[in-house]
Design a protein around this ligand. Sequence first.
Ligand code: GSH
Length: 214
Amino acid sequence: MKLYRFPYSCYALKVQSLLGLAGMRADVEDVPYGDRSALVALTGGYIHVPVLVDASGAVHVDSRTISQFIVAQAPLLVPAPLDGPVWAYADWCDNVLEDPCFKLAAPAIRRSFPGPADRALYALIKERKYGSGCIEAWEKSAANLHEAAGAALAPSDRTLRACAFLFGARPTLADAALFGQLAMLRFGGISPETLGASFPAWMGRVEAAMATPG
Ligand SMILES: N[C@@H](CCC(=O)N[C@@H](CS)C(=O)NCC(=O)O)C(=O)O
């Protein structure tokens, strides 16, 4: 299998974590931000990441759909009867928590691109959606964004002070989704412990489980 990603993408990092937790091996290919021809060749025009090519050569796009594919092969990652809350937590990570997290990480993500063209393209794509100068504005309001992310994460921090993983003793899709957000922040230079004291040790547990699934 092959996972196409941008190295900072929370959705790709979620899928990478889920593959590890499922014990499914995939080569990781970093897509150059300004040259998505490999994605176009695979998908016919979908140029977001993650994209997963499975062992049969089938192409899967969108991290939620990819997660469903992985979970179908590793059902313990959404253990019945907790399907509802586990999927709901993962969807909350992708659709609610992601907002302050990606805005916090965006300035450093832009700086991480090796060339000015990729930095400009990243800014253009964000500005078309959020308005001119949005990345600079997010950098100025980093303290507020950090506070919003910390407040959103406080209940999960309380859970992880008492439990090894979000839904108990074993990692689930919910852990992979949260891991994606915190790994994106870590990529952006924001250390997980500034958002909750339990997060560094929990990330270590998720990483250990990714390396030795089951
Ligand atoms: N709903 C999609 C969202 C994917 C997405 O937005 N990925 C971002 C990276 S985090 C992307 O590829 N953005 C395209 C761009 O920046 O041009 C999923 O869950 O996979």
